[in-house]
Design a protein around this ligand. Structure first.
Ligand code: UAG
Ligand code: ATP
Ligand code: API
Ligand code: MG
Length: 481
């Protein structure tokens, strides 16, 4: 393609460079091919501009960097200095890909993104669309799932994925917009149809300097990525939702609100019915009751956000609400693995304070004996959440076992002791397999064991190695022993 074909409208090619042939774009020097554009991005570890010589040696013909870096390039190489090289990378990656599913909806919020994206994909599928989702559990498409390491992939990977999905005939996509992804402009090239907000809690305080900065990263989805007149679905029962709704309205978005405090889909009741729930909904002046075949009040909340999002794209309310009664659970989110000795074992992905509280609350109604909580905290991540999660667990569970969860480069015992500072009376079993087995062996009739933090994960990250590990498998092994 010619350089002028791939540059966004706000970037003018230097004189004489319009018709340079370019073969692709990357921000990773090792991936540069002949005739590629290399974007030198300021990163969290290094400045990508330092790798321009390597990119040139590999054949880059155009270099994009932030203004004021004082970068010089040899004759014959085009240098483009821009205000925001990350945004430029995303928009150019989109131009190279040239196609994406025609309906693309994004979900942000501290908790519930994966669930809402998955439910929205399921609703679209029920309504007859070829649908996919992209997020923490990878790419889920009509013919299976492919694991991906980031919740919101880097723009080059993301647009290659969107193009491949479009080529496979996928017309409807639901994806997760993480705060890192929004902050790093990974989504700036995606053509959005609608977006949703779930809630705000404590997360990623190792990355965002303040809670407001964290919220503002999420708010970008509504103030910068959606255009005026486009729809946004907002869970009004989530923390900080009123702020997000106000910002979205000020931006001129068409705001659809859901939840007990919502208007578009107003939840009037929520009743447990065994392992299912019934949700009373007031919508367009009519009352109805929907059966949701999932446990956990938090999943009822997420199901309404997904429904709001599907309605925001133009789907009929009645058909969308009918689809909720066919929803399947998301892997590792309040997943009931099995029973032993009259007790129930559940795996959940809660690895932040509000999520752990929500998951324990979701289990409590099924407990007539003890609620046993097993969890740890990841290394190289927000240290502040550790005692908070310890406190939540001892408050809400009857027995707490602190264990390891991806210690990464930190000392696992030190992480456990930080959690224990908030968790007086908790037991400590570092080896996660042993912790799971101990909890399952403790089960008596009426007990529920919640294994939290790893959900769908299939590895334990220790140092820079990923050791095979699955809570599902360990729970199953313990249930059968
Ligand atoms: C902190 C963070 O978000 N880092 C992400 C970011 O890296 P960075 O730009 O800061 O990287 P860097 O290492 O400082 O390098 C700067 C630049 O130099 C370039 N470089 C570097 C070395 C070299 O030899 N050559 C070269 O060109 C790099 O390609 C990069 O462009 O951009 C990279 C490419 O997009 C990501 O892979 C990387 O994710 C790291 C691996 C990561 O762990 N990210 C996590 C925290 C993350 O993003 N999580 C969110 C939220 C999860 C959730 O809540 O669900 C997610 O969306 O997954
Ligand atoms: N609406 C909600 N309110 C509170 N907690 C929730 C909600 N939805 C999910 N959770 C909790 O958060 C965990 C992760 O859920 P999910 O994967 O859907 O969210 P996420 O936002 O994608 O999380 P992550 O950022 O870790 O990928 C669940 O296992 C549950 O413990
Ligand atoms: N996307 C999140 C996942 C955390 C999962 C948990 N098991 C942990 O390792 O803390 C992160 O990388 O921070
Ligand atoms: Mg997720």
């Amino acid at each position: 393609m010619r350089l002028s074909d791939v540059l966004p409208a706000d970037i003018e090619p230097p004189p004489g460079a319009h018709s340079i042939k370019v073969t692709g774009i990357t921000a990773a020097s090792a991936a540069v091919g002949h005739g590629a554009i290399f974007a030198g991005l300021p990163g969290s570890k290094v400045d990508g501009a330092a790798y321009i010589p390597e990119a040139l040696a590999r054949g880059a013909s155009v270099i994009i960097v932030g203004k004021g870096k004082g970068v010089a390039v040899p004759n014959g190489v085009t240098l483009i200095e821009v205000d925001n090289p990350r945004a430029a990378l995303a928009k150019i990656a989109a131009k190279f890909a040239g196609r994406q599913p025609r309906c693309a909806v994004a979900v942000t919020g501290t908790s519930g993104k994966t669930s809402v994206a998955d439910f929205t994909r399921q609703i679209f599928t029920s309504l007859g669309h070829k649908a996919a989702s992209v997020g923490t559990i990878g790419i889920v498409k009509p013919d299976g799932a492919v694991y991906g390491s980031l919740t919101t992939p880097d723009p080059v990977t993301l647009h290659a994925t969107l193009a491949a999905l479009a080529d496979e005939g996928v017309t409807h996509l639901a994806f997760e917009a993480s705060s890192h992804g929004l902050d790093q402009n990974r989504l700036d090239g995606v053509e959005l149809t609608a977006a949703a907000f779930t809630n705000l809690g404590r997360d990623h305080m190792d990355y965002h300097p303040t809670e407001e900065a964290y919220l503002n990263a999420k708010i970008r989805l509504f103030t910068e990525l959606l255009r005026a007149g486009q729809p946004a679905a907002i869970n009004m029962d989530g923390a900080r939702s009123a702020d997000v709704a106000a910002v979205a309205k000020a931006r001129g978005l068409r705001v659809l609100t859901v939840g007990a405090l919502g208007e578009t889909l107003k939840r009037t009741s929520l009743t447990r019915d065994g392992f299912q729930q019934r949700i009373g909904i007031l919508s367009e002046g009519r009352h109805c009751e929907v059966r949701l075949p999932l446990v956990g009040a938090y999943q009822a909340e997420n199901a309404l956000v997904a429904a709001g999002l599907a309605i925001a794209t133009g789907e009929k309310t009645d058909a969308v609400l009918a689809a909720l009664s066919n929803l399947k659970g998301v892997p590792g989110r309040l997943e009931i693995i099995g029973e032993r000795n009259g007790g129930l074992a559940v795996v959940d992905y809660a690895h932040k304070p509000e999520a752990l509280a929500a998951a324990l609350d979701a289990c409590r109604p099924f407990v007539t004996g003890r609620l046993i909580s097993v969890f740890g905290c990841g290394g190289d991540r927000d240290k502040g959440k550790r005692p908070i999660m310890g406190r939540i667990s001892v408050e809400k569970a009857d027995v707490t076992i602190i264990t390891d969860d991806n210690p990464r480069t930190e000392d696992a015992a030190a992480i456990r002791s930080e959690i224990l500072k908030g968790a007086a009376g908790a037991r400590e079993i570092g080896n996660r397999a042993e912790a799971v087995a101990t909890a399952v062996r403790m089960m008596q009739p009426g007990d529920v064991v919640l294994i939290a933090g790893k959900g769908h994960e299939t590895g334990q990250i220790v140092g820079d190695r990923i050791l095979p590990f699955s809570d599902h498998e360990e729970v199953r092994r313990a249930l059968e022993s």
